[in-house]
Design a protein around this ligand. Sequence first.
Ligand code: NAP
Length: 560
Amino acid sequence: MSQRVAIIGAGCSGLTAIKCCLEEGLEPTCFEQSDGIGGLWKFTETVKEDKASIYKSVFTNTSKEMMCYSDFPMPEDFPVCLHHSKILEYLNLYAEHFNLFKYIQCQTKVCSVKQHSDFATTGQWNIEIEKDGNREMDVFDAVFVCNGHYNEPYLPLDSFPGLEHFKGRHIHSRFYKTFEEYQGKTVVVVGTGNSAGDISVELSHTAKQVYLSTRHGSWVVSRISRGGFPIDMIMSRRYTMWIKNFLPRILAAKISEKFMSSWFHHSNLGLEPKFRLKHPIVNDYLPSQILQGSIKVKPSIKSFSETSVTFEDGTVTDVDEVIFATGYSSTFPFLDDDIIKLNNNDVSLYKYVFPINLEKPTLALLGLVQPLGPIMPTVEIQARWATRVFKGASQLPSVKDMENYCTKSKESNNKWFGVGRAQVLQTHYIDYINNISREIGIHPNMIYLFLTDPRLAWQVFFGPCTPYQLRLAGPGKWSGARNAILTQWDRTIKPTRTRVLHEHPESWLNFKRVLVIGSLLTAMWVSRASLNALQSGYLAWPASVAFWSRIFSMVGINPM
Ligand code: NAP
């Protein structure tokens, strides 16, 4: 009899968890408390309790080729960076294509997940659900926790003295939906995460004045990189990650910093981060809105009065509205506290997936990690690994080894990303998926690939690290992966080439590729030929008078 797996939530993590269970012969049941799939991406006009809420204008900041599931490319006519409604459409297409809907029970709330009395032997869980006002209990062999991490606003009131006296309105960004109510007003947006960036830019077009209050600053990068291609497809490449890991950290950090500040001098716009390797935010308009004066960047808020705020630099300004875009806390209300211990966002999970101290590895958390890259392929690979662990096809190390691993990876991450609430879960995307893909045995073998399929190998190593690379070999191999990789640029440019006058941009990429390979081969050939010439004494010939006389006579010049 196949193992029964409970999946809590039918967002982008829950959906792929269902599919991965089916691939491994497990029997999934997915519980979703709302009336449909999509989680965070299911926009609602009003904020619902216990459910993530997004604003109307959210667009993804990763591109469609990087953020899709590994065996299901997005339709070629989808834009490169997507409105939230398009992501929901994609998730519906995915669920339909892989026939996932029948495993989902909507409007069913998971109230508690507790270890079965025989947990030490069976690893089973008692799950209590509530549907139509009735409570039921059921037993499952394993559990996927996919309830999302943006349900609980983080708003440390003690960081903002005097807020209780402020007569204007203040909200957390979770409650922000559109700009209309803010027209003609003076607004302070607190934070410099992606929410703060997006919201301040949106308000700046119609508000009287927007102040962006940041305590640590942030790097800001654009979605668009050279040639008009998406930045993640240009930057997220295996060879750059390889160089980063090969170089001493200080040098790699310097290069990364150089890249982050290549668009504009962050210090000129007041955005320069205190910690140099901070995760960047993605925003195409923030610098120009600052240049236009519609957004003024300020330091932290020192205090509030009834009608104004005082910033740390001593300046005081009258304010109508404050939006705290101060992030979120993860919560797992259905789990006992000792299963997942969260300490200011810090959590001891083996590779951000498995609680370390469980006697049986039958509970996995998806999506808690914050990769410097797309989340959908990240949760997918986590789910592929976890289902194999549930099944017994892949083993976890001993508790001691897992603890040591967590300590080491935390130390290394602190060095890269800094120490802080927002930094504890950050990780390098390619390093992370490489790490998990080795657990499953699906890591592309580059030497073998270069020997057997150089064209594909070139794209895998030097091209964007698209999710299809995780379907080239091993369990879950997809026969369409090679073609998906070789056509990824076509799907990227298709939606934007709506007025075609010149050559296909990829021919420019091919031209550059040929140029690079050609130069490399020429350099190799020249060095080898020079060596041969040196050994045979031929190099004396170009330096001789006879040689130059011959050249001059050939072009019709008589130097005499
Ligand atoms: P976030 O990334 O956690 O950023 C929170 C911000 O609040 C940080 O700038 C942080 O400052 C600041 N902050 C926290 N506590 C503070 C305090 N006591 N005083 C002053 N500032 C404080 O939250 P978010 O921007 O809401 O984003 C949540 C997630 O959604 C992220 O993963 C984000 O990438 C994602 N998101 C994506 C999009 C998109 O794709 N377009 C849009 C919005 C959000 P420090 O940096 O100084 O710690």
